[in-house]
Design a protein around this ligand. Structure first.
Ligand code: ASP
Length: 301
């Protein structure tokens, strides 16, 4: 199949400090470039989204990998998922402590194929067998994630709830063969209870990919995203219409639960959709239309 290869990444929906937005967008552009290079070399959409999300996990600006937010006990528990649209292959990890590259672990679950989702400390038994090891808390916890936890603790003590904590990362891609894939990785929400699992590793909620519809990665208030199965809403809508309309329909679905979130989408034709009802959601994308080689990374708030 011909048409445009495409990679689109996000750095989390929420109320990002405007002073941090430049870094967040620059990181998304870097990730889009890395994913684009994979696609240009003929790589699969799944390879591209994993490579792109890995870049974002390694940068400290996001709520994933280094810089992941902390539970109310001060621990890092990671959720991540990958999905391939050609055969609906899935892999995810949930509430896995001290995972530096959740997206690689999710991919290991997918490649193994026995289960869709592994959770908690016990997941490390399989992951170690697959050659992965936990990071130390010191490697993942940043001064900023500690400050975010204390600020949230203080806010809760005052009885107020803000916008979702920005910084979850995700990517969707369409490869040269016309297949799509999605990946999402997060530390969850600041001050979450230990053991809490958000939308990210739940297929159809934070992450979904189907070549008969499209790929989607959601971000924002996980408990709301779960209630409307947001990524599945987008994928089904892409089977009927264009990707931008699908992204908007998925965000509109949040109205019923008053949810605050955003989503990125790509369909098997390589068209993209971006929508959010939060103040910001850094994104970047790169595409290689047959008639338009060498297009650039672009970003918007
Ligand atoms: N959706 C993520 C969660 O609830 C958080 C986020 O996207 O900011 O775990």
């Amino acid at each position: 199949m011909s048409g445009a290869a495409m990679i689109l990444v996000h750095g989390g929906a929420g109320d990002m400090d405007p002073a941090r937005e430049g870094d967040a967008i620059a990181g998304c552009e870097k990730a889009a470039r890395v994913g684009d290079a994979v696609l240009r070399q003929g790589g699969a959409a799944l390879d591209a989204v994993v490579a792109a999300v890995r870049v974002l996990e390694e940068l400290p600006h996001y709520n994933a990998g280094v810089g992941a937010v902390l539970s109310r006990e001060g621990t890092v528990e990671v959720d991540a998922a990958v999905m391939r649209g050609s055969d609906l292959a899935v892999g995810a990890i949930a509430a896995v402590p001290n995972a530096a590259n959740g997206v690689e672990l999710a991919r290991a679950v997918l490649e193994d194929g026995e289960h869709a989702l592994l959770s908690g400390e016990a997941a490390w038994r399989f992951l170690r067998e697959s050659g992965f090891y936990p990071a130390t808390a010191d490697e993942l916890i940043t001064e900023r994630s500690r400050r975010r936890l204390e600020a949230e603790r203080a806010r809760r003590a005052m009885g107020s709830l803000g916008e979702p904590d920005p910084g979850t990362v995700g990517a969707v891609a369409r490869d040269n063969s016309g297949s799509v894939a999605a990946a999402t990785s997060t530390g969850g929400t600041t001050f979450k209870r230990a053991g809490r699992i958000g939308d990210t590793p739940l297929f159809g909620c934070g992450t979904y990919a189907d070549d008969r519809g499209g790929a989607a990665s959601a971000t924002g208030h996980g408990e709301s995203i779960i209630r409307v199965a947001m990524a599945h809403v987008a994928s089904v809508a892409m089977a009927r219409g264009d990707a931008q309309a699908a992204a908007e329909a998925a965000v509109a679905a949040l109205d019923r639960v008053k949810g605050r979130a955003g989503i990125i989408c790509v369909d098997p034709a390589g068209r993209i959709g971006i929508a959010h009802n939060t103040r910001s959601m850094p994104v970047a994308w790169m595409g290689t239309a047959d008639d338009e080689p060498g297009s650039q990374a672009r970003a918007k708030r």
